[in-house]
Design a protein around this ligand. Structure first.
Ligand code: KG4
Ligand code: ZN
Length: 337
């Protein structure tokens, strides 16, 4: 049995977890910074890295205590080294190096996106069935990835402008719904009537790319057209939120379905914070031609367990990072990452 400590600090969650054999979660501690960033309506990078500095030690200590293990019981330390905010990533990477050095443990650098992919098998009895398709939708990413084996990734398409989660966050701000926007839009949409309004869908036919900026502008025009503004009680926020959510979900689901058919995949996975969206989860389950794996909501947003799980698969293949492991804010998902 192999036990990995996973550390994640790429954005605004300070997180650490202990996972056994890449599947069994012994602990998963997440200190979110939502309240801190809510006042700015989005993540404030400088503040995020300072919060990581203040929280990383207690978060790691708590993950070890909850797992009920000693340092000697670990086999490796996995850490996100990109993509993400440079100042935030540095905190996690340096913590991981310090712990690895002090305890004589191997270090494994992990791509954050792989964490969102491996979330699907974590805490699940399913095995990966290749080829498979992954839709990663988060605050910073909207990517459709074909995976032919562990460590073999082909990027089929990505967003040309805003990420899906970013669109949720920006539209929530336009509607005066607060931050983070995803959960706020989902909740508000439940009170709305989805048939009242129809917002545009950017199909970008012939490609697997996405675009959400036109949709955001359409919402802005709707708000301005009535001479209203965010927070005005006359704004039909429920209907707008429902129409917006439907438009995003429609494009995500239909483009994923097309790719799943074209590449005859055996499994479809979704991951990233937006995969927590109930409407997306529902529509994915209805529309895919192959079995769909969706992580529990708590494993969709950023956490250390998914990093420990992705790190385990690299570690088990004999991969190790050197002391020169660097942070790479724009890290891409490459083959044998
Ligand atoms: O994966 P994540 O925790 O962090 C990044 O790597 O970006 O994703 C955060 C994003 C935010 O944009 C947030 O608004 C969105 O995920 N999100 C949701 C929901 N919960 C979180 N979007 C739509 N519906 C949700 N229920
Ligand atoms: Zn993420």
């Amino acid at each position: 049995m192999l036990r990995v400590l996973g550390i994640e600090t790429s954005c605004d969650e300070t997180a650490a977890a202990v996972v056994e054999d890449g599947r069994h979660i012994r602990s998963n501690v997440v200190a979110a910074q939502v309240e801190l960033h809510a006042q700015y309506g989005g993540v404030f990078p400088e503040m995020a890295s300072r919060e990581h500095v203040a929280k990383i030690v207690p978060v790691v200590e708590q993950a070890m205590a909850q797992a009920g293990i000693q340092w000697a019981d670990l086999d490796a330390i996995a850490v996100t080294h990109g993509p993400g905010l440079a100042g935030s990533l540095l905190v996690g990477v340096n913590m991981a190096k310090g712990l690895a050095l002090a305890n004589g443990l191997p270090l494994v650098g992990v791509n954050h996106l792989e964490g969102h992919i491996y979330a699907s098998w974590l805490a699940s009895a399913e095995e990966p069935q290749f080829p498979l398709l992954c839709l990663i939708v988060s605050g910073g990413h909207t990517e459709l990835i074909l995976m032919r084996d562990h460590g073999q990734y082909e990027l089929l398409g990505a967003t040309l402008d805003d990420a899906a989660g970013e669109a949720f966050d920006k539209v929530a701000r336009l509607l005066g719904l607060g931050y983070p926007g995803g959960p706020a839009i989902q909740k508000t949409a439940e009170q709305g009537d989805v048939s009242k309004l129809r917002l545009p869908r950017a199909w970008l036919e012939g490609t697997y790319n996405f675009s959400f900026s036109g949709l955001k502008t359409a919402v802005l025009n709707l708000v301005k057209q009535d001479g209203l503004r965010a927070g005005d009680s006359r704004l039909p926020v429920g209907d707008i939120a429902a129409a917006f959510q439907e438009s995003v979900v429609d494009v995500l689901v239909e483009k994923t379905r097309l790719a799943a058919e074209q590449f005859a995949v055996k499994q479809v996975l979704i991951g990233g914070g937006v995969a927590a969206n109930q409407r997306l989860r529902e529509r994915m389950r209805e529309r895919m031609p192959a079995p769909v794996l969706i992580p529990p909501v708590a494993l969709c947003t950023d956490n250390g367990a998914v990093i420990a799980s992705a790190g385990y698969f690299h570690f088990a293949k004999g991969e190790r990072s050197g002391w020169d492991l660097d942070v790479v804010p724009g890290l891409r998902l490459a083959d044998d990452e």
